[in-house]
Write a protein that binds this ligand. Structure first.
Ligand code: PLP
Ligand code: COI
Length: 354
């Protein structure tokens, strides 16, 4: 499929790179393609960034048929641009699409479209340390009718946003509240997908945590509220004694690409790593008897984010005196080193834009 390109007449003013925040600014162009059951995906186009016009009865507004991805383009020291494991994001997009019965995309074509879009908006990939271009592909049901039926029309869009750090804390430790009432997802549900509804279901607990001064919520499993799952926008890992533990992918948590990459890095270094069930009781016990050495969250937006404090059932627990742990710092340096091209990529993870 060819991609039609319509360029913006007057490029926008670029934001100050020292105050980007997260997801507030958008580049000059976006990629769009449409799907109908009869025609398949068609009319692939890169057009000036702008509002969409959609029928008010569209499936996405009423029944939540929406999935998305999150990835980044990084500016290297020599000025070139690279992505990190983008094929994993498009594979996960299709896994989410399969669960939501949205049409799958051709993963190679999606990567080609993204490459074209980034090339056109290349000047928007920021240069300041720690900044990047956040990439948000998303796909939704667009049938203009109110019956709950299978989806015959969809739209796939990619938008780009120059970003700084996700948390106002930057790489400094964040405070996390363990949620004991609301749950995010259950096995058999959509927890392993990146669908908008998972985030909608998180809003109430997220707001409560924010009001109490916490950055995000740590979810427990949806059935017993006993096992650690993940944080709002990150997977979690804890160093208990000399074992690094992360919750196993049981179906209700997102299989993070950062999580997978960190596990590979740790295993290559010979670290003792376990993907297993981790109960809240085990975690609290390790906190109380001093065995919990470090905790961190990991994700595309959040990178590697140390957890300095946990709140659970009326009590607060400090991890590593609220400082960044040694393993956390090393992982941050290794991962960001590969992503920004400061460390050689020996695993075929880097995808240069050319
Ligand atoms: N868990 C949730 C709920 C997320 O939203 C994210 C962010 O994408 C992650 C985990 C981390 O996934 P990834 O490393 O692929 O960005
Ligand atoms: C990402 O890391 O890409 C995320 O999805 C976080 C997002 C929900 C802001």
């Amino acid at each position: 499929m060819d991609i039609r390109i319509e360029k913006i007449a007057t490029p926008k003013q670029k934001p100050d790179e020292s105050a980007l925040g997260f997801g507030q600014y958008f580049t000059d162009h976006m990629f769009i393609m449409d799907y109908t059951r009869a025609k398949g995906w068609h009319d692939a186009r890169i057009v000036p960034f702008g509002n969409l016009s959609l029928h008010p009865a569209c499936t996405v507004f009423h029944y939540g048929a929406e999935i998305f991805e999150g990835m980044k383009a990084y500016r290297t020291a020599d000025g070139s641009i690279q992505l990190f494991r983008p094929e994993q994001n498009f594979a996960r997009l299709n896994s989410s699409a399969e669960r939501m019965r949205l049409p799958l995309v051709d993963e190679e074509f999606a990567l080609k479209a993204l490459t074209e879009l980034i090339k056109l908006d290349a000047d928007w990939v920021p240069h300041a340390p720690g900044t990047s271009l956040y990439i948000r592909p998303f796909l939704f049901g667009a049938d203009p009718k109110l019956g709950v039926h299978s989806i015959d029309r969809s739209v796939f869009i990619i938008i780009l946003s120059p970003v700084g750090s996700y948390y106002k804390e930057g790489i400094n430790p964040v405070k996390i509240m363990i949620e004991t009432e609301d749950v995010r997802a259950v096995r058999g549900g959509t927890g392993y997908t990146k669908c908008g509804g998972n985030y909608g279901a998180s809003n109430r607990a997220g707001e409560k945590a924010e009001q109490a001064g916490y950055s995000q919520v740590l979810w427990l499993d949806g059935v017993e509220r006993k096992y650690i799952e993940e944080v709002g926008a990150m997977n979690v890992m804890f160093k208990i004694g000399d074992e690094i533990v992360t919750p196993a992918l049981t179906g209700s948590i997102l299989p993070g690409i950062t999580r997978n990459s960190i596990l590979q890095i740790l295993r290559d270094e010979g670290a003792k790593v376990s993907e297993r069930l981790l109960s809240i009781d085990e975690l609290i016990e390790a906190l109380e008897n001093g065995k919990l050495k470090e905790g961190w969250g990991c994700g595309t937006a959040a990178v590697v984010s140390p957890i300095g404090q946990l709140y659970y059932n009326g009590k607060t627990y400090t991890i590593n005196n609220g400082n960044i742990g040694e393993t956390t710092q090393k992982l941050y340096d290794t991962l960001t080193g590969i992503q920004w091209g400061r460390i050689a990529d020996t695993r075929g993870w880097v995808y240069p834009i050319k």
